[in-house]
Design a protein around this ligand. Structure first.
Ligand SMILES: [Fe+2]
Ligand SMILES: [Fe+2]
Length: 270
């Protein structure tokens, strides 16, 4: 099974530029087209938050239109700090799981070879994330319900410090409580995050936590303790998680763009 994870779309009303610079919708369109052009095609698509830039109904409508026009695959999404639960539920409530919980946008997808536990880590109007007691209890229940079945846990905020100062100021606030739950459930193959707009991996709770790059703008790699908050246009990318028949989750980073090749390796033969 192939799972495409796209993150930090920051969709806007058509023609509006994020930070006055990024025209995110064409980036999203190119990423969606790259996903469906893959052969074999992914089975499902995960959108790990910051679906829109400001959380307006118009932006959710724009995202809904992009999904309808370009994707044609099952889509499972979670909110990011730029999103609004009310907007997601109002405009994208037809997508699976979105309406499952009356308060949060969180749910479990059971009918795939790998269970998907989709977690809502946002705090309204705040950049940082948090898993309150209610959400941690949901996670605990979800994982305890099928201890033998491999699971992926998705949440927008990385539950660890990345070393990028301005992102760490808005990370998940209670990573230890989250890590304790993960540690109790060794069937968790991977924790899938967004938010940091860069590819980052760390060992976490006996599993692996992984941040997907953005399909639009990237956060500048800057590990200085006082590094300013900046972004750049390194190549947009998404993650392709391949659940293999031998029971391993193998993850590829897929760059979105036009690149020379493919060239055969056997040019000098004959
Ligand atoms: Fe983002
Ligand atoms: Fe974010």
């Amino acid at each position: 099974m192939l799972i495409a994870q796209l993150s930090d779309l920051h969709v806007q009303p058509p023609g509006v530029l994020a930070y006055g610079v990024v025209d995110t919708n064409p980036f999203v369109e190119r990423a969606f087209k790259a996903v469906v052009a893959l052969d074999p095609k992914p089975d499902v698509v995960l959108l790990t938050g910051d679906l829109t830039d400001l959380g307006t109904d118009a932006e959710y409508d724009a995202l809904g239109g992009l999904i309808r026009r370009h994707l044609g695959l099952p889509v499972y999404l979670i909110p990011g700090n730029h999103d609004r639960r009310e907007g997601i539920k109002a405009r994208l409530g037809h997508l699976p799981g979105v309406a499952a919980d009356p308060r949060f946008v969180q749910y479990v997808i059971e009918d795939l070879p790998v269970r998907l536990v989709m977690l809502d880590s946002i705090v309204p109007e705040q950049g940082h994330g948090e898993l309150c007691a209610e959400r941690l209890a949901f996670l605990e229940r979800a994982l305890a319900a099928a201890p033998q079945q491999p699971a992926l846990v998705a949440l927008h905020h990385p539950p660890f410090l990345t070393g990028i100062a301005h992102m760490d100021e808005v990370s998940l606030r209670n990573p230890d409580a989250f890590e304790a739950v993960i540690r109790r459930h060794p069937q968790v193959e991977r924790i899938l995050c967004g938010h940091a707009h860069r590819p980052i991996v760390v060992r976490f709770g006996g599993s692996l936590a992984q941040v997907a790059p953005s399909v639009a703008h990237q956060v500048t790699l800057d590990l200085r303790p006082d590094g300013p908050a900046t972004f750049n246009f390194e190549p947009p990318a998404f993650l392709l998680h391949h659940w293999r028949p031998e029971g391993k989750l193998v993850t590829h980073q897929v760059y979105v763009g036009e690149f020379a090749g493919p060239h055969p390796f056997d040019m000098d033969e004959g």
